[in-house]
Design a protein around this ligand. Sequence first.
Ligand code: NAP
Length: 230
Amino acid sequence: MSSLADRIAVVTGASRGIGAATAQLLGARGARVVALARSLTPRRTERRWDLACDLTDEANLTETAAAVLDQWGAPDIVVSNAGAFLLRPFEATSLEDLESQIAVNLRAPFALARAFLPAMREDGGVLIHVGSIADHVGFPENAAYAASKFALRGLHETLVAEYRGTGVRVSLVSPGPTDTSMWDPVDPDTREGFVARVDMLRPEDVAEAIAFVATLPPHVHIDWLRLGPA
Ligand SMILES: NC(=O)c1ccc[n+]([C@@H]2O[C@H](COP(=O)([O-])OP(=O)(O)OC[C@H]3O[C@@H](n4cnc5c(N)ncnc54)[C@H](OP(=O)(O)O)[C@@H]3O)[C@@H](O)[C@H]2O)c1
């Protein structure tokens, strides 16, 4: 397993949930972590740099990535995790709903990859997209989210093909239901057909899977890792 000591890891959506757990775990294992999310209070130490960034705002994302590249150099690991979840019957789902899901779940990862991959070519690295079980399975009331996550998988597969042999490995980690605040508006415990929160994955479980993918030796490529509650 390759060491995380002094590796630079950028984690998006690191203010809570899976991203916060991933930033914490990678940092605890020795990485220097850049954490991005809208609600983070900017702060910086030698080992951890929190930046407030709206990834759907192209200028904000571009400026933030440029600052990271300028001051900490090319990341070794990018975890493109920030996302939003909409559960709404199809006929009640507007085009604006679709656009806002695509903005954060597809357009932002696309822009993030454009911002970091060119610099990562030189020393190699790992770009991990956080997909979802909904990137390959259709569930009722999930059209806009699934459309954005299936499309993210399309982006992922294209990048795998395009970056093969460059030293940059691109991986997709697709979790099933995970107990984060993403579920608060849904209240799955009271709804038939949903996994109860107590039975869901924990954010730390997904963080472990991400850390596993990120720390394999450079000659090993995990294309797609799917995990869910047992
Ligand atoms: N929870 C699940 O059951 C589950 C299952 C499969 C896949 N996933 C995926 O896992 C990822 C993380 O989900 P989670 O469950 O940890 O959700 P969460 O607890 O709601 O966290 C979402 C994160 O994304 C950030 N974010 C949202 N919009 C953003 C924007 N415009 N710019 C920057 N950051 C933004 C949020 O930070 P701010 O609000 O501070 O910006 C937050 O840190 C998502 O991609 C989600 O689709 C989750």
